[in-house]
Design a protein around this ligand. Sequence first.
Ligand code: NDP
Length: 316
Amino acid sequence: MDREHVKCLIIGSGPAGYTAAIYAGRANLNPVMYEGLTPGGQLTTTTDVENFPGYPDGVDGNQLMDDLRKQASRFDTDIRRGLATAADLSKAPYTLTIDDEKEITCDTLIISTGATAKYLGLEDETKYAGMGVSACATCDGFFYRKKVVAVVGGGDTACEEAIYLAGLASKVYLIVRKPFLRASKIMQSRVMNHEKIEVLFEHNAEGLYGENGVEGVHLVKRLGENDESHYDLAIDGFFLAIGHKPNSDIFKEYIDTDEVGYIITEGQTPRTKVPGVFAAGDVADSHYRQAITAAGSGCKAAIEAEHYLSEMASKK
Ligand code: NDP
């Protein structure tokens, strides 16, 4: 296997990774970044981003990520295609395997691999991607002002998204597969008592329909042990809120994660329990999950990496 050594390796190319690259580049760490399966990350699957500061008229998600990428390149980040497929963080320098074929070692590692929203797995979710299907109410809710939307899920995220959307839309259906909500009591009560939200218990979405975007959802309602009814419900937007999966699998053996897989860092810092290994963005954030918070944590990770390398150099 080829082997190469770098001072600062960044895995993942969302707002956290690119911001880390900008800071690490400007600190002369000569960062190398592997972009992963979705260069640009989750924002490339949305259309307009209207809540990233600095863009008064909003910005296309792909454009924003292109701009961040260019800014990272300007400070000599070596941006490469490739997916980290294995990691050995048992001893420094740390070893990452890229695409199962190339090994690279590093003094500092910034993990910014993000989290992937879970989808139901319906073909129509792909067919209508960006045309009425979304997994982020904060990102896309604005486009559904005075419209009818459905949110799938019965956890805290689904309830939060439903309440957020109810502030914009004319009507929100919450599609819950069980006869109860899993969310915290307070969220349950807010949802159940909201005049614009209607909870459809024991319902599942089977598909979507519409000519040039989502116009409705095919639903199935469980009626009893062996009975169910199928019907269509007119909606303009279909939001998934059935959980996220943080992309932390290859690191779990070495660093702490919570039960879902989010990387646990020390307090408000991006430090993991492995010295020189930092986590930034959604892979370490189950709560805010915003581009701007990810960018902020990427900045912190690069500053930490720079401090760590300076300390290492002063000990030599
Ligand atoms: P959860 O795992 O808590 O809930 C997922 C929901 O989606 C459940 O209702 C689940 O149903 C449903 N679901 C999963 N798969 C499917 C499917 N294939 N079809 C239909 N429904 C499905 O995820 P959340 O993202 O809501 O929350 C993650 C964690 O973050 C939780 O611990 C939550 O409490 C926390 N959180 C806290 C917040 C806060 O405190 N403000 C805000 C948001 C999240 P079922 O119940 O049947 O499994």
